[in-house]
Write a protein that binds this ligand. Structure first.
Ligand code: PLP
Length: 482
């Protein structure tokens, strides 16, 4: 953007004489009963139509989005979402239905859910699916509740849950929320979980393990089959955090590896735009023996058609109003059907190739703690730049001057000063090359002109925010008085 504006609040340009439109005075006596009239004004800013339009247009221009450029935020799979998926989810028949309209008038919607369940069951190798959870973390919560309900009926509730150091942060949070005591599993020297560690920690009071696979180092847990066996031998269950499914679609089915239950992030892998807190979906897929415990209602096949089943005596209950975020489900089905079996596999292949391309072209400049290859994302650290007093956060801020959204920083925790880059399959080569050039230029600057990097960003409107103050001193109201 050539012009950057100081954009204040609409309250700053409030003037009582301004308004977006004016109606002529009433020609007939007003019949509004005065008792229903507000005594004072609402306190909203009075501005002209153009003031409003410019204000919001400028704000939207300040926003960075995947439609504007590369968004290499590791562990988030910020990929381009084909517009056809949005368009189909916006068809009247999908958009304008109501969750409480008579079910016989919503057979198409139920079929969309049923067919999506079938598709997800096939790509995960796990036949029992619930589309209700609204996000990844919500899927974890639902899945672990299902594990808990199953264990309660099969040998009794257990008290502990194994969580590897390379797990996503939501995994220990979920376990705690579901009343489990978290037991840490260290990762081995090469970043993988060792089956021997799991064997040592797994006992009859441990519900199982939550494994993020591929893990947050962008590595496929190569001991996963062995780990599942060790957990099962003690009567436990294996949860897989499948938010990073973009790396393995069509290549590996968690169900075939011994996983019992997992979630997928449709808003990462299956084409719903995310970031900024919009609606998502975190369906769970489970082995057959967990089906009775899935949330109610379940979409089932009855007499050759899909129908809702409410008669589920063992269900953990509802985890979401209505049937989940329906339009996200529509997008996911369209995405799956347009790509098909081969297309999904190819998407994962390209995502992995892109990440490895970056890994190889940046490893001369940035320290690579684990390797030599990765799956869908690569994790560097700021170790080389530390020599010149430059840290990860500053590299990330400097990238903004080069026109890129920064990657994920300081995560995973097992890598000090981590810089986690996930290009996804939708970035074209010329954009990835531009990103690599920017990262290399920053590495050069860190050596030759570290101050320039330390004080970045220089060109963007909002430079550095005080994150501690932002977190501790919430200002949720505009204090302008009109
Ligand atoms: C994004 C992510 C989550 C959480 O998903 P939300 O939809 O944000 O709740 C969990 N695990 C992993 C590995 C993730 O990348």
């Amino acid at each position: 953007m050539a012009i950057t504006h100081e954009e204040g609040s609409l309250f700053d340009i409030h003037h009582p004489d301004k308004s977006a439109y004016k109606l002529p005075p009433l020609e007939v006596p007003s019949k509004k009963p005065t008792k229903h009239l507000r005594e004072s004004t609402l306190g909203l800013p009075q501005v002209s139509e153009m003031d409003v339009v410019r204000h919001y247009t400028r704000l939207s221009n300040m926003n960075y989005s995947i439609d504007a450029g590369m968004y290499p935020l590791g562990s988030c799979t910020m990929k381009y979402n084909p517009k056809i998926n949005d368009e189909i989810s916006m068809l009247d028949g999908f958009k304008n239905i109501h969750p409480y309209q008579p079910l016989e008038t919503a057979a198409g919607a139920i079929e969309v859910m049923g067919r999506l369940q079938d598709l997800l069951a096939e790509v995960t190798g796990l036949p029992a699916v619930s589309l209700q959870p609204a996000a990844g973390a919500h899927g974890e919560f639902t899945g672990v509740k299902v594990m808990r309900a199953y264990l309660k009926e099969n040998g009794g509730v257990r008290r502990k849950m194994l969580i590897p150091d390379t797990a996503h942060g939501t995994n220990p949070a979920t376990s705690t929320l579901c009343q489990y005591e978290v037991v840490r599993v260290p990762n081995g020297p090469n970043g993988y979980i060792e089956a021997s560690d799991v064997e040592r920690l797994m006992d009859r009071d441990t519900a199982g393990i939550m494994v993020t696979n591929p893990n947050t180092l962008g590595l496929f847990e190569k001991n996963i089959v062995e780990i599942c066996k060790v957990v099962h031998a003690q009567g436990g269950l294996v949860y897989c955090d499948g938010a990073n499914f973009n790396a393995v679609m069509g290549w590996s089915r968690p169900g075939d590896l011994g996983i019992d239950v997992m979630h997928l992030n449709l808003h990462k892998t299956f084409s719903t735009p995310h970031g900024g807190g919009g609606p998502g979906a975190g369906p769970i897929c489970a082995v057959e023996k967990l089906r009775p415990y899935l949330p109610s209602p379940q979409v089932v096949q009855k007499d050759g058609a899909y129908a809702l089943e409410y008669n589920l005596p063992k269900t953990i209950g509802r985890v979401r109003m209505a049937y989940g975020n329906f339009l996200v489900l529509v997008r996911a089905l369209v995405y799956g059907l347009t790509l098909g079996r081969d297309g999904l596999k190819e998407a994962s292949t390209i995502a992995v190739v892109n990440a490895n391309y970056i890994l190889n072209l940046l490893k001369a400049d940035y320290h690579l703690p684990f390797g030599p290859t990765c799956l869908h994302e690569c994790v560097f650290s700021d170790k080389n730049q530390n020599e010149f007093g430059v840290k990860t956060m500053e590299i990330a801020k400097r990238l903004m001057d080069y026109g890129f959204h920064p990657p994920t920083v300081y995560f995973p925790l097992v890598v000090p000063g981590a810089i986690m880059i996930e290009p996804t399959e939708t970035e074209p080569l010329h954009e990835i090359d531009r990103f690599i050039s920017a990262m290399r230029a920053i590495a050069q600057e860190a050596k030759l002109n570290p101050e320039k990097v330390r004080t970045a960003p220089h060109t963007v409107f909002v430079k550095r925010v005080d994150e501690t103050v932002a977190a501790k001193k919430l200002i949720l109201r505009n204090n302008s008085t009109i």
